[in-house]
Design a protein around this ligand. Structure first.
Ligand code: GZL
Length: 309
């Protein structure tokens, strides 16, 4: 009886769904919500049981969620880290519990490679370079720039700034005259842009806004209009993410360019996890992609394509 029971038991375990815990930053931007929706849809498609946690952009909530996933004994954990630091203790706990971890999107600063399997992300430095190169070509390298930074300490903000500054360093007439965080949100982006325009005598000498994401840029466009200036003309607007609302803004002439950010990170993450759970141990440490730069020329057609989804 016991061997039959044992066989039945392991048969039932063999077919039980893979359970994965996903600690997501929050829902601060259109890109973030499409990233979350894409992961949930992919889990559904693969019959994966996904435990989803939204941390409202607070790292302590992310760490709590990871601890809860460990306590529940999930098969794997995915973390989209809000900032780079502070992850070692909880990743050591996951390692002790022998639960594999995948890092999605932004990076973490653990140098001990054994603490996560793979990171799947875009190359944020290259995104910054592409945004800057477009602006330099558009203005012949003569431009006073306002910068809306993303979340302080987030890889996306650190690296986009790095890439952008690397390119404009080659143009003596290009200068970032003010730079402040808008925390990747529309509301804060508008608020900070209002303050920066005021501090720059209404923005009449400002040539462009460089925003680390579309969400803040959309808020800033409102502030530029309320300051009596034309966004996309008086002040050029260049950003990153490629969310539908931003394509609409470009089609309306209120914004000029954006570098698209791929939100479909769930598929590659689940591929790595499924391979690992099947015994694969030779896994890529980093799987990276970089989106294309889009401008007003194709914005209307691209918006129609995206809005339908
Ligand atoms: C970058 C990602 C950023 C997006 C923002 O990959 O971390 O976070 O650009 C989001 O929209 O808030």
């Amino acid at each position: 009886l016991s061997s039959a029971f044992a066989m039945a038991l392991c048969a039932s375990q063999a077919v039980s769904a893979t359970t994965i815990g996903f600690s997501q930053v929050g829902s601060e931007s259109g890109w973030r919500t499409s990233f979350s929706e894409s992961v949930k849809a992919e889990a559904e498609k693969r019959g994966i049981e996904l435990k989803f946690s939204d941390a409202q952009q607070k790292q302590e909530n992310q760490i709590k969620a990871v601890r809860s996933f460990i306590a529940q004994g999930v098969d794997a954990i995915m973390i989209a880290p809000v900032v780079e630091t502070g992850w070692k203790p909880v990743l050591r706990e996951a390692k002790r519990a022998r639960i594999p971890v995948i890092i999605l999107d932004r990076n973490i600063d653990v140098n001990n490679d054994g603490l996560f399997l793979t990171r799947i992300a875009s190359d944020f430095v290259e995104e910054g370079r592409r945004a800057a190169q477009w602006l330099m070509d558009e203005t012949q390298g003569n431009c006073s720039i306002l910068e809306l930074q993303g979340t302080v300490g987030a890889t996306a903000a650190i690296d986009r700034m790095k890439g952008f500054n690397e390119v404009i360093a080659g143009y003596p007439e290009a200068k970032i005259v003010r730079s402040q965080t808008g925390e990747f949100t529309r509301t804060k982006g508008k608020e900070v842009m209002e303050a920066m325009l005021k501090a720059e005598s209404g923005g009449k000498d400002i040539c462009a806004l460089w925003s680390h994401n579309d969400e803040m840029a959309i808020g800033a466009i409102q502030a530029i209009k309320e300051a009596g200036l034309k966004p996309g003309e008086d002040i050029l607007v260049v950003s990153v993410d490629g969310v539908p609302d931003y394509f609409k803004a470009m089609a309306d002439g209120d914004a000029n360019a954006t570098v698209e950010l791929n939100p479909h990170l769930g598929g590659p993450a689940f591929d790595v996890i499924e391979a690992y759970l099947k015994g694969e141990r030779k896994l890529e440490k980093l799987i990276t992609t970089t989106g294309d730069l889009f401008t007003q020329e194709t914005a209307a057609a691209e918006y129609t394509k995206r809005a339908k989804k």
